[in-house]
Design a protein around this ligand. Structure first.
Ligand SMILES: [Zn+2]
Length: 470
């Protein structure tokens, strides 16, 4: 009896050791890369987020530290230059193509090199090796940053082609906005997808901007399951998932009846689905709307978006802390706007003492972002375009609560915005992209990182080598 017990004990021990070994090997082999792109977020804006967290009297951070600052402190840092094959200043498509594929290219190009030839992305390579793959964004899923990882088009505007490419590359998970580009006017008129579109809570806003018909058929036939709400997204746990939660972008100020997820919800879902793969995963997380509102030079919405990006970083940081074989890279594709606050000698209560940060957060009560306000003003009859109307719009649509009499006599909305923000000490160099060098942080499993100055094509090599060295 004793002998049998010993035998069992030996067998048990052997099995336990063997299992532990197998588990160990699996864990060593499993590798994850999470690339976080804060679109349009140059060093001024990243600095703005960190200063806001430290200095704003009503900072939402108890320890006065943004998650970006924590990651910069604990990770390895550097700067990224982002010139293209043809220009000093890049657009999102060329930048994304360069860090997704390692090939230099020309502005507006997507997943092709400077000669227009198709180049494979880190997502494609990861998929070939059997890893799970995903892209998610708070703008539309066919937009340049996510699309550079799965599409090959000579121009970023060839959206029907981008959809076709999605069905070929087939990332496991594609989440964001953009249903408007998946259906055409004819599709809508013919009620082709009546059953499916009956599930879309925002269907009344869908105009049907796709140039070709039948895009949804292609997507469904290629195996994607569709989700139009957070609830639908959370009910899908495997297979190919395409989440389209808004006509184009996820709203910065969601209406009360909003049923979609936010950036953090999508990130949580993506990580929970993709991390089931034994070999690991590649995930792109894009905080895309920062760029859109930086183009509008709208600092209060920019701050709101930066805070949402930073909230998402907390979740990703925590995942990397618990899952050691994870490399997280946080950076931007380019700077948008050349944001800055200008010096003048502060007096108590003046515009650039720390209370200035309060203005950004208090002004975050706006219902619209600047683009929508500009469209509204443009549509007014000429005799309504005056400073009284502008003041009314600033108060009602944007939540600017203070006395706005300094805008009297200004009929031009763009000039009114500039005057308003300059009074707050805020200046923008441009409404376009700039060539500012970008912050990058390598967090988690970053032992292979030796340099501090990078070109964005180096990021592809780093991610690709990391996933290759299994
Ligand atoms: Zn961009």
């Amino acid at each position: 009896m004793k002998k049998i017990s010993i035998l069992f004990a030996v067998i048990f021990l052997f099995a336990a050791c063997h299992n532990a070994q197998v588990k160990n090997i699996n864990q060593q082999e499993k590798k994850n890369v999470i690339l976080v792109i804060a679109d349009g977020t140059g060093p001024h804006l990243m600095g703005h987020l960190m200063e806001y967290a430290r200095l704003a009297p009503s900072s939402p951070y108890k320890d006065k530290k943004s998650n970006l600052e924590k990651m910069l402190n604990e990770g390895k840092n550097g700067i990224v230059l982002n010139y293209t094959a043809e220009s000093i200043v890049t657009d999102s498509a060329a930048a994304a193509t360069q860090f997704a594929t390692g090939a230099k290219t020309y502005p507006e190009a997507l997943g092709v090199n400077a000669e227009g030839k198709k180049v494979n992305s880190v997502l494609y390579n990861a998929k070939q090796k059997g890893l799970a793959t995903g892209v998610l964004t708070d703008v539309y899923v066919l937009d340049a940053t996510p699309a550079a990882f799965y599409a090959h088009q000579l121009n970023r505007k060839l959206r029907d082609g981008i959809i076709e490419d999605m069905t070929v590359t087939q990332p496991d998970l594609v989440l964001g906005g953009g249903l408007d580009y998946f259906v055409s006017k004819t599709d809508l008129e013919n009620k082709k997808y009546a059953d499916i579109l009956a599930r879309v809570p925002y269907i009344s806003e869908v105009k049907g901007q796709a140039k070709q018909d039948d895009n949804l058929t292609k997507v469904i036939n290629s195996g994607y399951k569709l989700a139009f709400t957070k609830q639908e997204m959370n009910s899908l746990n495997d297979g190919k998932i395409l989440g389209l939660f808004a006509p184009v972008y996820l709203p910065p100020y969601p209406p009360a009846d909003w049923q979609g997820p936010n950036l953090l919800d999508m990130t949580k879902k993506a990580i929970s689905v993709l991390s089931k793969n034994d070999k690991g995963f590649f995930l792109l997380v894009e905080a895309g709307f920062i760029d859109w509102v930086a183009h509008e030079n709208a600092p209060q919405t920019v701050l709101r978006e930066l805070l949402e990006f930073d909230e998402t970083l907390a979740y990703i940081k925590n995942f990397a802390d618990k899952n050691k074989n994870t490399l997280v890279i946080v950076t931007a594709d380019h700077d948008t706007g050349g944001f800055g606050m200008a010096y003048y000698k502060p007096t108590k209560g003046s515009e650039n003492d720390y209370n200035a940060f309060e203005k950004f957060s208090k002004l975050d009560s706006g219902k619209s972002f600047v683009y929508e306000v500009e469209q509204k003003y443009k549509a007014l009859p000429e005799d309504k375009k005056n400073s009284d109307t502008i003041k009314k719009i600033f108060k009602e649509d944007l939540g600017y609560k203070e006395n706005l009499d300094f805008l009297d006599g200004i009929n031009d909305l763009k000039k009114a915005f500039k005057t308003y923000w300059e009074k707050q000490g805020v200046f923008w160099a441009t409404k376009k992209h700039t060539n500012a060098p970008l912050f990058v942080v390598f967090y988690g499993d970053n032992s292979a990182i030796k340099d501090n100055v990078f070109h964005n094509t180096d990021l592809f090599k780093i991610m690709n080598n990391y996933l290759k060295n299994k």
